[in-house]
Design a protein around this ligand. Structure first.
Ligand code: DP6
Length: 340
């Protein structure tokens, strides 16, 4: 059997993707920081066969995920016919604990898309599939929307916007006109709860269909994409953080006003946000937060103030984290080809 291994990171959205249509197309453009410490490593061993797929997550056979991968592979076969008829044995593991409450389809599906692109390239004798960022991002998107933004770094934008040339709903692009301060960003993830997500993201996106505030939300996200591109160019860390917090609150507001409504923050989430507001007005430090569709808080800050921020997190915020769990991550440069 031939084997391919890729490591692919998670990412944290600053302008959020929330709502989709058609075949995994976003309702609005989104932008994220590519992370480095939270990643999935996936190996695919393959041989000529009958299209049989076996999937192991951290050494344990997972038939439910194998079924998801089977439909993903059959979708990709339309674009990479050389995948047809191969048998796959896939092994995947995460760098972060399974119970961290940050189960990441972005790292998992981008690692898989990269592996499948490389397999197709090996079989067809060309490296094109595995090396072209927009093509791999497009493949990853078909597995999970946010995965489209994990195939490169340090920042990726997914979704068509008049604010940046070359953007598309089909794939994410690297944003390269960015002040270097954003390449030094840290993301300390405060784990308020490590329970499984209350709302799976596919169900969450569906809540935006017929949502009374959907149109306004999509419009605002589009405007914020234009605004953040200027902010990134100018290196304005406070404007960046304020926009990130508005986006996090909007995402949660959408869920609170869905049918049925969901309250995803926990008391610890609120305590951390209040402590952050007080810390910022005391120190003036550019530390801001964002949230995913869950209760855990991502603290975003430039590396130059890391020593002070880490001390404050340790002394004042750790008590709100389940089992004192905090994952320290930072901006990274995207996937790594491990071996073939
Ligand atoms: C709140 O990419 O997980 O994290 O396309 O259904 O797999 P699917 O959804 P997913 O949604 C991510 C939603 C989010 C915001 C974001 O990452 O932009």
């Amino acid at each position: 059997m031939n084997e391919i291994t890729w490591r692919s990171p998670s990412n944290i959205a600053i302008v959020k993707y929330w709502g989709k249509h058609g075949e995994q197309l976003p309702a609005n453009p989104s932008i994220s920081l590519t992370l480095s410490e939270a990643y999935t490593e996936t190996s695919i061993a393959y041989q000529e066969g009958s299209g049989h797929i076996e999937f192991f997550f951290e050494g344990v056979k997972n038939d439910a995920f194998a079924a998801r991968v089977t439909s993903f592979v059959s979708r990709l076969e339309q674009e990479m016919p050389s995948l047809a008829g191969l048998d796959f044995r896939i092994e995947s593991s995460n760098s972060f604990p399974h119970s961290a409450g940050i189960a990441s389809s972005a790292s998992a599906m981008s690692a898989l898309a990269l592996c499948l692109g490389s397999v197709a390239a090996q079989v067809a004798g060309s490296m094109h599939e595995a090396t072209d960022v927009s093509r791999v991002s497009h493949f990853a998107r078909l597995g999970s929307g946010s995965a489209a933004r994990s195939v490169a770094g340090p920042l990726m934008l997914w979704g068509e916007t008049p604010a940046l040339k070359g953007t598309s709903d089909e794939f994410a692009v690297v944003v390269d006109d960015v002040d270097s301060v954003f390449e030094t960003y840290r993301d300390s993830i405060l784990i308020v709860s490590d329970e499984e997500k209350q709302v799976k993201s596919s169900a969450g996106h569906a809540l935006m269909n017929g949502h009374p505030y959907a149109q306004k939300r999509f419009e605002l996200a589009g405007q914020r994409i234009a605004a953040i591109l200027d902010i990134l160019r100018e290196g304005d860390v406070h404007a960046f953080g304020k926009l990130a917090e508005q986006e996090a609150m909007d995402l949660h507001a959408m869920m609170m006003t869905s049918t049925p409504p969901f309250l995803l923050m926990r008391p610890g989430t609120v305590s951390i946000i209040e402590a952050l507001n007080a810390y910022r007005s005391d120190t003036g430090h550019p530390v801001y937060m964002t949230l995913d569709a869950g209760p855990n808080v991502h603290m975003l800050y430039p590396n130059e103030i890391a020593a002070q921020v880490l001390e404050w997190i340790e002394s004042d915020l750790k008590k709100y984290c389940t089992g004192g769990k905090i994952l320290h991550d930072k901006v990274g440069h995207g996937p790594k080809f491990i071996t073939s």
